[in-house]
Design a protein around this ligand. Structure first.
Ligand code: 4NP
Length: 159
C-alpha cells in the first residue's frame, strides 16, 4: 500500500504544481516512487485543465524540474477518501479544505511549511500577481518543505 500526498493551493498553476514536481523528484531520488503517490489540486476552478503558469514552469526548469505534463484540477471532498496527506500552501487554502473535510477524515490536513522548521514563514505566498522573485521564493520554500515532508513520511510510515 502506498502513502498518498495531495498538495493544494488556489489555482493549481503555481505553488502546488511546483510542490508536486519537486516532491516527486525527491521521492524518485530516494527510490520511493512505488511507495508514495503524489498529486496536486486547487481550491479554485478558474484554471482547470491548464498547464502550470509559464513563469512557474520556467523557474522550475532552471533547477531541472519538468512541470510541463501537469494539468490543473479542482480539489473535491472525495479527495479526502484517497489521500493520507492533504497539504495546504496557505491559511486560506487550509480554511477552505477544513470546510470540505469529512468529519471522519483520519489523514493529515495541514500547512506545507510545518515541514520546514527552519523557515520563518508559515505560508507559501501566492506569486501570481507579483514579480519573478516571488517564483524563486516559492521554489526555495517548496524544496525545503518537501525534504521535511519526505523525512517525516519515511520515519512515520516507511521505516
Ligand atoms: P497558485 O497561484 O494558487 O499558486 O496556483 C494562483 C494562480 C492563479 C490565481 C491565483 C493564484 N488566480 O487568481 O487566477
Amino acid at each position: 500500500m502506498s502513502i498518498k500526498v495531495l498538495f493544494v493551493c488556489l489555482g493549481n498553476i503555481c505553488r502546488s504544481p511546483t510542490a508536486e514536481g519537486v516532491f516527486r523528484h525527491q521521492v524518485e531520488a530516494a527510490g520511493l516512487s512505488e511507495r508514495i503517490h503524489i498529486d496536486s489540486a486547487g481550491t479554485g476552478d478558474w484554471h482547470i485543465g491548464k498547464a502550470p503558469d509559464p513563469r512557474t514552469i520556467d523557474e522550475a526548469a532552471k533547477r531541472n524540474y519538468d512541470l510541463t505534463p501537469l494539468r490543473a484540477r479542482q480539489v473535491s471532498a472525495t479527495d479526502f477518501a484517497e489521500f493520507d496527506y492533504v497539504i495546504a500552501m496557505d491559511k486560506e487554502n487550509l480554511k477552505n479544505l477544513k470546510a470540505m473535510q469529512p468529519a471522519d477524515y483520519q489523514g493529515h490536513l495541514g500547512l506545507f511549511l510545518a515541514f520546514a522548521p527552519e523557515e520563518q514563514q508559515e505560508e507559501v505566498p501566492d506569486p501570481y500577481y507579483g514579480g519573478p522573485e516571488g517564483f524563486t521564493l516559492v521554489l526555495n520554500m517548496v524544496e525545503e518543505a518537501s525534504q521535511g515532508l519526505l523525512n517525516h513520511i519515511q520515519e512515520k510510515h516507511l521505516s
